[in-house]
Design a protein around this ligand. Structure first.
Ligand SMILES: [Zn+2]
Length: 454
């Protein structure tokens, strides 16, 4: 156990780090990094062999207001299954105060995630097909190994990780209320492991909490692959083993008259396939930023490559700097490397501390229209629907304006619409446009939102 002086030393560093205005600055990063290092040293926490190194401070992956204060993802390094941990500002405080003991406890939790072991496996046929859909080349796909935690069960992993914290709680000197909180967390994941709860959970949120409006749902789920040989139920008693692998949309059209609802209610197992794939692509946490962002699409996800790096794919989006101010939202249609029209949104954000303007791709939705099949779809027809008369949008809240570039007679026209966010996180615009400006940019070139001023 560390001495009182050592605890104070760590907590003084955390206090200093918290006083730095920008949690993403080098100054804050250096201080937090030092606190992380000292916690291992003073608390003598053993790092499992799976961890590729000291946890990294990362306030973007683990934002201060997010659900996770830390995250451990399976990864690949030099042909071995490894894990990488990042910690956000939340890992350094308990009950609003700097806490060396809590930092040590969070590290114990994350190390326990890594400690379950990581294996590398070849992608399944379905995943290979999926990656092809995402625009990856055959040569690259051959190199891909998928790292995955050996338990391959998010809930079980959380139970293990919270349990590791409980086992060390007394040694670390955690308070009663902290221990109580950990117990509750463990229980919540434990409950999810029971069959009964699982069934209920699947029925409620078959997509791990990713919400899509009805038209998007089809666009998103449609390209997923159902493996060959999968029994498909048409009604409660009658099933059919798929003679070849089939896309969800193909199957829905072939045997369910395009009724996805019916397909999935009769075949809830399909959702497990998709959920498993999502876990593989995004890491072990069901509460990943991806899953909690309603508009983000599964297909536009990063894929882990053999060298552990991430590849940028059509549909991938970016997280703006923490604490930034959105100056301009700009949506338009764009032809991407998967050969499909996408509706995308670029936000121009003023980032602290200097206030420089950075462009972020915050939204990217693949449409079903192929680039070769004609003109760009209008964003207001596909992704930014009219608020009026739409009963699916509850308690709409005005969140600012959006400039949508629309192709009119071969030239881009910039229309400005008030933008609303519904209770479920989806967005709508209010038609008609309150301003419309014709540009001299041909639709064959990328549109511009015009001048962006802080
Ligand atoms: Zn965890």
């Amino acid at each position: 156990m560390p001495t009182d002086e050592q605890i104070k030393e760590i907590e003084d560093i955390i206090t200093k780090a918290r006083e730095v205005k920008d949690p993403a600055s080098k100054e804050a990063r250096d201080l937090y990094t030092k606190a992380i290092k000292l916690a291992d040293e003073y608390f003598k926490i053993e790092r499992p062999k799976e961890e590729i190194g000291e946890p990294e401070y990362d306030p973007v992956r683990n934002p201060p207001d997010g659900k996770n204060s830390g995250e451990t993802s399976p990864t690949e390094k030099d042909g071995e299954g490894k894990a990488k941990t990042t910690l956000g500002p939340g890992a350094f405080v308990s009950d609003g105060k700097p806490s060396a003991r809590w930092l040590a406890a969070v590290k114990v939790h994350e190390y326990a995630h890594a400690g379950v072991g990581v294996e590398l496996r070849d992608p399944t046929d379905a995943e290979i097909k999926q990656m092809k859909e995402m625009g990856l080349k055959d040569d690259d796909i051959k190199k891909i190994k998928i790292p995955q935690f050996k338990t391959n069960d998010v809930n079980e992993e959380e139970v293990i990780a919270y349990d590791a914290m409980l086992k060390k709680a007394k040694d670390l000197g955690l308070s009663d209320s902290e221990i109580e909180w950990i117990k509750n967390q463990k229980k919540s994941f434990y409950n999810k492991m029971s069959d009964e709860k699982k069934k209920k959970y699947k029925a409620q949120e078959p997509w791990l909490g990713v919400r899509f409006s009805q038209p998007d749902f089809k666009a998103v789920v449609g390209p997923f692959i159902v493996p060959k040989g999968t029994p498909v139920f048409f009604d409660k008693d009658q099933s059919w083993n798929l003679p070849r692998c089939m896309r969800v949309d193909e199957l829905a059209n072939l045997r369910f008259e395009g009724d996805y609802q019916k397909l999935f209610s009769l075949n809830p197992g399909f959702s497990v396939e998709v959920a498993a794939l999502q876990t593989l692509l995004f890491g072990p946490h069901g509460t990943s930023p991806v899953a909690s962002t309603p508009n983000r699409l599964l297909l536009g996800s990063p894929v882990f490559l053999a060298d552990g790096s991430l590849t940028r794919l059509p549909g991938e989006i970016e997280t703006p700097c923490p604490g930034g101010t959105v100056l301009v939202r700009h949506a338009y249609s764009e032809c991407e490397s998967d050969g499909l029209w996408h509706v995308v949104e670029d936000d121009y954000v003023s980032c602290p501390p200097q206030g420089g303007v950075t462009k972020y791709r915050v939204f990217d939705m693949a449409t079903t229209r192929a680039c070769k099949d004609g003109a760009a779809p209008r964003p207001v027809d596909v992704a930014y629907k009219d608020l009026h008369g739409d009963s699916t949008c509850q308690s709409p809240k005005y969140i600012g304006d959006i400039i949508i570039s629309e192709c009119v007679d071969g030239l881009w026209e910039n229309a400005t619409y008030p933008l609303y966010e519904c209770l479920d996180g989806t967005r709508r615009v209010s038609l008609p446009a309150k301003d419309r400006r014709r540009s001299d940019i041909p639709c064959s070139s990328a549109p511009s939102p015009g001048k962006v001023e802080p």
